[in-house]
Design a protein around this ligand. Structure first.
Ligand code: 9Z3
Length: 327
Protein backbone atom coordinates (compact mmCIF):
# COMPACT_ATOMS: atom_id res chain seq x y z
CA UNK A 1 0.00 0.00 0.00
CA UNK A 2 1.78 3.05 -1.21
CA UNK A 3 0.99 6.38 0.36
CA UNK A 4 -0.22 9.32 -1.60
CA UNK A 5 2.70 11.18 -0.12
CA UNK A 6 2.40 14.62 1.27
CA UNK A 7 4.58 17.35 -0.16
CA UNK A 8 6.41 18.27 3.07
CA UNK A 9 10.06 18.77 2.33
CA UNK A 10 13.06 17.87 4.51
CA UNK A 11 10.96 17.29 7.56
CA UNK A 12 12.28 15.30 10.48
CA UNK A 13 9.85 12.76 11.89
CA UNK A 14 8.63 14.06 15.27
CA UNK A 15 9.89 11.99 18.22
CA UNK A 16 6.41 11.64 19.71
CA UNK A 17 5.16 10.03 16.47
CA UNK A 18 8.02 7.50 16.59
CA UNK A 19 7.37 6.78 20.28
CA UNK A 20 3.65 6.35 19.74
CA UNK A 21 4.40 3.75 17.08
CA UNK A 22 6.99 1.75 19.05
CA UNK A 23 5.75 1.99 22.64
CA UNK A 24 2.45 0.14 22.38
CA UNK A 25 3.74 -2.26 19.69
CA UNK A 26 4.17 -5.93 20.69
CA UNK A 27 7.76 -6.55 21.70
CA UNK A 28 9.84 -8.82 19.50
CA UNK A 29 9.74 -12.29 21.04
CA UNK A 30 13.19 -13.20 19.78
CA UNK A 31 14.93 -9.84 20.31
CA UNK A 32 17.70 -11.37 22.45
CA UNK A 33 18.43 -14.03 19.84
CA UNK A 34 18.47 -11.46 17.02
CA UNK A 35 20.85 -9.23 18.97
CA UNK A 36 23.12 -12.20 19.64
CA UNK A 37 23.28 -13.19 15.98
CA UNK A 38 23.89 -9.56 14.97
CA UNK A 39 26.74 -9.32 17.47
CA UNK A 40 28.31 -12.52 16.09
CA UNK A 41 27.91 -11.19 12.55
CA UNK A 42 29.51 -7.85 13.44
CA UNK A 43 32.40 -9.50 15.35
CA UNK A 44 33.02 -11.85 12.47
CA UNK A 45 33.05 -9.07 9.89
CA UNK A 46 35.06 -6.50 11.80
CA UNK A 47 37.92 -8.79 12.82
CA UNK A 48 40.93 -8.56 10.48
CA UNK A 49 40.43 -12.08 9.19
CA UNK A 50 36.69 -11.61 9.06
CA UNK A 51 36.27 -10.77 5.44
CA UNK A 52 37.38 -13.71 3.39
CA UNK A 53 37.39 -11.70 0.18
CA UNK A 54 40.38 -9.72 1.36
CA UNK A 55 38.67 -6.35 0.75
CA UNK A 56 37.73 -3.63 3.23
CA UNK A 57 34.91 -4.88 5.39
CA UNK A 58 31.83 -3.64 3.64
CA UNK A 59 28.39 -4.58 4.74
CA UNK A 60 24.90 -4.16 3.35
CA UNK A 61 21.53 -4.51 5.02
CA UNK A 62 19.04 -5.58 2.36
CA UNK A 63 15.34 -5.44 3.17
CA UNK A 64 13.02 -7.57 1.09
CA UNK A 65 9.34 -8.53 0.77
CA UNK A 66 6.20 -6.78 1.97
CA UNK A 67 5.23 -5.93 5.53
CA UNK A 68 1.79 -6.88 6.84
CA UNK A 69 -0.57 -4.78 8.91
CA UNK A 70 -2.65 -6.97 11.24
CA UNK A 71 -6.28 -6.01 11.76
CA UNK A 72 -6.67 -8.16 14.89
CA UNK A 73 -4.25 -8.89 17.75
CA UNK A 74 -4.99 -12.58 17.36
CA UNK A 75 -4.53 -12.08 13.69
CA UNK A 76 -6.83 -13.69 11.16
CA UNK A 77 -6.93 -10.81 8.70
CA UNK A 78 -4.23 -8.43 7.60
CA UNK A 79 -3.38 -5.89 4.90
CA UNK A 80 -0.33 -6.72 2.82
CA UNK A 81 2.14 -4.81 0.66
CA UNK A 82 3.14 -6.33 -2.64
CA UNK A 83 6.72 -7.58 -3.01
CA UNK A 84 7.80 -11.06 -4.06
CA UNK A 85 11.23 -10.49 -2.54
CA UNK A 86 13.03 -11.13 -5.83
CA UNK A 87 14.85 -7.75 -5.89
CA UNK A 88 16.21 -8.30 -2.39
CA UNK A 89 17.14 -11.96 -2.85
CA UNK A 90 18.89 -11.43 -6.20
CA UNK A 91 20.71 -8.33 -4.92
CA UNK A 92 21.97 -10.34 -1.95
CA UNK A 93 23.73 -12.72 -4.35
CA UNK A 94 25.34 -9.86 -6.33
CA UNK A 95 26.50 -8.02 -3.20
CA UNK A 96 28.05 -11.23 -1.84
CA UNK A 97 29.86 -11.70 -5.17
CA UNK A 98 31.12 -8.12 -4.90
CA UNK A 99 32.72 -8.92 -1.53
CA UNK A 100 30.09 -7.45 0.78
CA UNK A 101 28.73 -9.16 3.87
CA UNK A 102 24.95 -9.10 3.93
CA UNK A 103 22.22 -8.85 6.56
CA UNK A 104 19.13 -10.02 4.67
CA UNK A 105 15.94 -8.85 6.39
CA UNK A 106 13.14 -10.65 4.57
CA UNK A 107 9.43 -11.35 4.81
CA UNK A 108 8.80 -14.94 5.91
CA UNK A 109 7.94 -17.03 2.85
CA UNK A 110 9.34 -14.55 0.27
CA UNK A 111 12.11 -15.25 -2.27
CA UNK A 112 15.45 -16.41 -0.92
CA UNK A 113 18.98 -15.88 -2.25
CA UNK A 114 20.30 -18.66 -4.52
CA UNK A 115 16.79 -20.07 -4.98
CA UNK A 116 15.43 -18.03 -7.88
CA UNK A 117 15.89 -20.79 -10.45
CA UNK A 118 14.21 -23.46 -8.34
CA UNK A 119 10.63 -24.42 -9.27
CA UNK A 120 7.76 -23.03 -7.17
CA UNK A 121 7.54 -26.07 -4.95
CA UNK A 122 11.10 -27.42 -4.81
CA UNK A 123 10.39 -30.14 -2.28
CA UNK A 124 7.69 -31.76 -4.39
CA UNK A 125 9.13 -30.96 -7.81
CA UNK A 126 12.87 -31.65 -7.37
CA UNK A 127 12.90 -34.78 -5.22
CA UNK A 128 11.74 -38.38 -5.52
CA UNK A 129 11.46 -41.15 -2.98
CA UNK A 130 14.11 -43.69 -4.02
CA UNK A 131 13.26 -46.36 -1.46
CA UNK A 132 11.97 -46.57 2.12
CA UNK A 133 15.01 -44.82 3.56
CA UNK A 134 16.28 -42.41 0.93
CA UNK A 135 15.19 -39.48 -1.16
CA UNK A 136 17.01 -38.35 -4.30
CA UNK A 137 17.20 -35.25 -6.43
CA UNK A 138 15.82 -35.61 -9.93
CA UNK A 139 18.63 -35.30 -12.51
CA UNK A 140 16.84 -32.41 -14.23
CA UNK A 141 17.09 -30.24 -11.10
CA UNK A 142 20.30 -31.59 -9.58
CA UNK A 143 22.52 -28.66 -10.57
CA UNK A 144 20.22 -25.90 -9.29
CA UNK A 145 19.47 -27.73 -6.03
CA UNK A 146 23.19 -28.29 -5.44
CA UNK A 147 23.95 -24.62 -6.10
CA UNK A 148 21.14 -23.36 -3.85
CA UNK A 149 22.21 -25.53 -0.94
CA UNK A 150 25.99 -25.15 -1.19
CA UNK A 151 26.19 -21.41 -1.92
CA UNK A 152 23.60 -20.50 0.69
CA UNK A 153 25.15 -22.71 3.37
CA UNK A 154 28.68 -21.54 2.55
CA UNK A 155 27.73 -17.86 2.92
CA UNK A 156 25.89 -18.51 6.21
CA UNK A 157 28.69 -20.72 7.56
CA UNK A 158 31.37 -18.14 6.65
CA UNK A 159 29.42 -15.57 8.63
CA UNK A 160 28.98 -13.27 5.62
CA UNK A 161 25.23 -13.82 5.26
CA UNK A 162 22.85 -13.30 8.15
CA UNK A 163 19.17 -13.88 7.45
CA UNK A 164 16.51 -12.35 9.70
CA UNK A 165 12.78 -12.60 9.03
CA UNK A 166 9.71 -10.48 9.70
CA UNK A 167 6.01 -10.61 8.96
CA UNK A 168 4.38 -7.49 10.40
CA UNK A 169 5.30 -3.82 10.13
CA UNK A 170 5.92 -3.91 13.92
CA UNK A 171 8.53 -6.66 13.58
CA UNK A 172 10.12 -5.11 10.50
CA UNK A 173 10.78 -1.71 12.04
CA UNK A 174 12.00 -3.08 15.35
CA UNK A 175 14.46 -5.45 13.65
CA UNK A 176 15.61 -2.70 11.25
CA UNK A 177 16.39 -0.56 14.28
CA UNK A 178 18.39 -3.39 15.91
CA UNK A 179 20.34 -3.94 12.68
CA UNK A 180 21.11 -0.28 12.12
CA UNK A 181 22.39 0.23 15.63
CA UNK A 182 24.48 -2.97 15.41
CA UNK A 183 26.08 -1.89 12.12
CA UNK A 184 27.04 1.58 13.34
CA UNK A 185 30.73 0.69 13.70
CA UNK A 186 30.94 0.12 9.95
CA UNK A 187 30.30 3.86 9.48
CA UNK A 188 30.30 4.78 5.77
CA UNK A 189 31.21 1.19 4.81
CA UNK A 190 27.61 0.14 5.51
CA UNK A 191 24.81 0.34 2.95
CA UNK A 192 21.10 0.23 3.66
CA UNK A 193 19.50 -1.15 0.50
CA UNK A 194 15.78 -0.92 1.18
CA UNK A 195 13.81 -2.99 -1.29
CA UNK A 196 11.05 -4.12 1.07
CA UNK A 197 7.59 -2.74 0.42
CA UNK A 198 6.68 -1.09 3.68
CA UNK A 199 3.16 -0.24 4.84
CA UNK A 200 2.35 3.44 4.99
CA UNK A 201 -0.75 2.90 7.11
CA UNK A 202 -1.43 0.68 10.11
CA UNK A 203 -3.85 -0.08 12.92
CA UNK A 204 -2.26 1.10 16.19
CA UNK A 205 -1.86 -1.82 18.59
CA UNK A 206 -3.89 -0.14 21.35
CA UNK A 207 -6.91 0.35 19.12
CA UNK A 208 -6.74 -3.08 17.46
CA UNK A 209 -9.49 -5.66 18.05
CA UNK A 210 -8.30 -8.58 20.18
CA UNK A 211 -10.39 -11.27 18.49
CA UNK A 212 -11.43 -11.95 14.93
CA UNK A 213 -13.63 -9.13 13.67
CA UNK A 214 -17.18 -10.40 13.22
CA UNK A 215 -18.86 -10.02 9.85
CA UNK A 216 -22.38 -10.22 11.38
CA UNK A 217 -22.09 -6.57 12.39
CA UNK A 218 -22.18 -5.47 8.75
CA UNK A 219 -19.69 -3.50 6.65
CA UNK A 220 -16.36 -2.77 8.24
CA UNK A 221 -15.04 0.74 8.71
CA UNK A 222 -11.40 0.88 9.69
CA UNK A 223 -9.40 4.01 10.31
CA UNK A 224 -5.73 3.49 9.57
CA UNK A 225 -3.08 5.66 11.18
CA UNK A 226 -0.04 6.78 9.23
CA UNK A 227 3.18 4.89 9.91
CA UNK A 228 5.74 7.51 11.00
CA UNK A 229 8.32 8.14 8.28
CA UNK A 230 11.06 5.88 9.60
CA UNK A 231 13.31 6.52 6.60
CA UNK A 232 14.32 9.86 8.07
CA UNK A 233 14.82 8.29 11.52
CA UNK A 234 17.03 5.58 10.00
CA UNK A 235 18.97 8.14 7.99
CA UNK A 236 19.43 10.75 10.72
CA UNK A 237 19.50 8.81 13.97
CA UNK A 238 19.92 5.07 13.63
CA UNK A 239 22.64 5.00 10.96
CA UNK A 240 23.77 8.55 10.16
CA UNK A 241 27.09 7.58 8.50
CA UNK A 242 25.82 4.82 6.24
CA UNK A 243 25.06 4.98 2.52
CA UNK A 244 21.27 4.93 2.16
CA UNK A 245 19.28 3.61 -0.78
CA UNK A 246 15.50 3.48 -0.79
CA UNK A 247 13.10 2.27 -3.48
CA UNK A 248 10.15 4.08 -4.98
CA UNK A 249 7.43 1.96 -6.51
CA UNK A 250 4.65 3.46 -8.61
CA UNK A 251 2.19 2.12 -11.16
CA UNK A 252 1.84 5.51 -12.90
CA UNK A 253 5.06 6.29 -14.81
CA UNK A 254 4.10 9.96 -15.09
CA UNK A 255 4.64 10.55 -11.38
CA UNK A 256 7.47 8.05 -10.73
CA UNK A 257 10.48 10.34 -11.16
CA UNK A 258 8.91 13.25 -9.31
CA UNK A 259 8.13 10.95 -6.38
CA UNK A 260 11.64 9.46 -6.41
CA UNK A 261 13.14 12.97 -6.38
CA UNK A 262 10.88 13.94 -3.53
CA UNK A 263 12.01 10.91 -1.49
CA UNK A 264 15.66 11.71 -2.25
CA UNK A 265 15.34 15.23 -0.86
CA UNK A 266 12.83 14.60 1.89
CA UNK A 267 14.72 11.73 3.49
CA UNK A 268 18.23 12.78 2.39
CA UNK A 269 18.75 9.43 0.65
CA UNK A 270 21.99 8.92 -1.28
CA UNK A 271 20.09 7.02 -3.97
CA UNK A 272 16.52 6.22 -4.81
CA UNK A 273 15.75 3.27 -7.06
CA UNK A 274 12.66 4.22 -9.03
CA UNK A 275 10.69 1.37 -10.53
CA UNK A 276 7.35 0.85 -12.17
CA UNK A 277 5.47 -2.26 -11.09
CA UNK A 278 5.05 -3.92 -14.50
CA UNK A 279 8.58 -3.22 -15.81
CA UNK A 280 10.56 -3.57 -12.56
CA UNK A 281 12.34 -6.71 -13.76
CA UNK A 282 13.46 -5.01 -16.99
CA UNK A 283 14.63 -1.60 -15.86
CA UNK A 284 14.94 0.81 -12.97
CA UNK A 285 16.01 4.44 -12.80
CA UNK A 286 18.60 5.25 -10.18
CA UNK A 287 18.20 8.82 -8.95
CA UNK A 288 20.88 10.68 -6.98
CA UNK A 289 21.34 14.40 -6.46
CA UNK A 290 23.89 14.36 -9.29
CA UNK A 291 22.42 12.00 -11.88
CA UNK A 292 19.62 9.84 -13.20
CA UNK A 293 20.82 6.54 -14.56
CA UNK A 294 18.57 4.07 -16.35
CA UNK A 295 19.70 0.55 -15.53
CA UNK A 296 18.47 -2.23 -17.82
CA UNK A 297 18.61 -5.98 -17.76
CA UNK A 298 20.85 -7.39 -20.50
CA UNK A 299 18.07 -8.85 -22.65
CA UNK A 300 20.57 -10.59 -24.95
CA UNK A 301 21.60 -12.96 -22.14
CA UNK A 302 19.18 -15.66 -20.99
CA UNK A 303 18.49 -15.34 -17.28
CA UNK A 304 20.19 -11.93 -16.95
CA UNK A 305 18.69 -9.86 -14.14
CA UNK A 306 18.43 -6.09 -13.72
CA UNK A 307 19.89 -6.53 -10.20
CA UNK A 308 23.32 -7.40 -11.68
CA UNK A 309 24.06 -3.97 -13.29
CA UNK A 310 22.10 -2.28 -10.48
CA UNK A 311 24.34 -3.67 -7.75
CA UNK A 312 27.42 -2.89 -9.89
CA UNK A 313 26.34 0.76 -10.02
CA UNK A 314 25.60 0.87 -6.30
CA UNK A 315 29.02 -0.61 -5.46
CA UNK A 316 30.71 1.99 -7.66
CA UNK A 317 28.88 4.94 -6.08
CA UNK A 318 29.41 3.50 -2.61
CA UNK A 319 33.17 3.34 -3.27
CA UNK A 320 33.12 7.05 -4.18
CA UNK A 321 31.15 7.77 -1.00
CA UNK A 322 33.67 5.90 1.20
CA UNK A 323 36.61 7.74 -0.40
CA UNK A 324 35.20 11.07 0.80
CA UNK A 325 35.67 9.88 4.38
CA UNK A 326 39.23 8.63 3.70
CA UNK A 327 40.36 12.02 2.42
C1 9Z3 B 1 10.24 -1.59 -4.32
O1 9Z3 B 1 10.03 -0.68 -5.08
C2 9Z3 B 1 10.89 -2.88 -4.78
O2 9Z3 B 1 11.80 -2.59 -5.77
C3 9Z3 B 1 9.83 -3.88 -5.34
C4 9Z3 B 1 10.56 -5.14 -5.74
C5 9Z3 B 1 8.79 -4.20 -4.27
C6 9Z3 B 1 9.12 -3.32 -6.57
P1 9Z3 B 1 9.92 -7.65 -5.94
O3 9Z3 B 1 10.08 -7.79 -4.45
O4 9Z3 B 1 9.67 -6.09 -6.23
O5 9Z3 B 1 11.18 -8.03 -6.68
O6 9Z3 B 1 8.70 -8.36 -6.46
N1 9Z3 B 1 9.87 -1.51 -3.02
C7 9Z3 B 1 8.99 -0.46 -2.58
C8 9Z3 B 1 9.58 0.23 -1.48
C9 9Z3 B 1 8.56 1.10 -0.83
O7 9Z3 B 1 7.56 0.67 -0.34
N2 9Z3 B 1 8.90 2.32 -0.82
C10 9Z3 B 1 8.06 3.31 -0.22
C11 9Z3 B 1 7.35 4.05 -1.31
O8 9Z3 B 1 7.53 3.75 -2.50
C12 9Z3 B 1 8.94 4.26 0.57
S1 9Z3 B 1 9.97 3.43 1.67
O9 9Z3 B 1 6.56 4.94 -0.96
Amino acid sequence: MDAVDDANQLQETPKNEVMSFFEPAPLLEDAAEIEKSLKEFVDRNTSSSGNLNGKTNRVVCITSGGTTVPLEKQCVRYIDNFSSGHRGAASTEYFLKAGYSVVFLYRRGSCQPFCSTLPDDPLLECFSVADDSSIEVDALHAEIVKRAITENRAAVAEGILLKLSFTTIFEYLQILQLISVSLRDFGPSAIFFLAAAVSDFYVPWESMALHKIQSASGPLDIRLAQVPKMLSVLRNEWAPMAFHISSKLETDTDILLAKANMALKKYKMHMVIANELSTRKEEVIVVTDQEKVTVRRDSTRAGAEVESPLVELVVDRHSTYIKKFDA
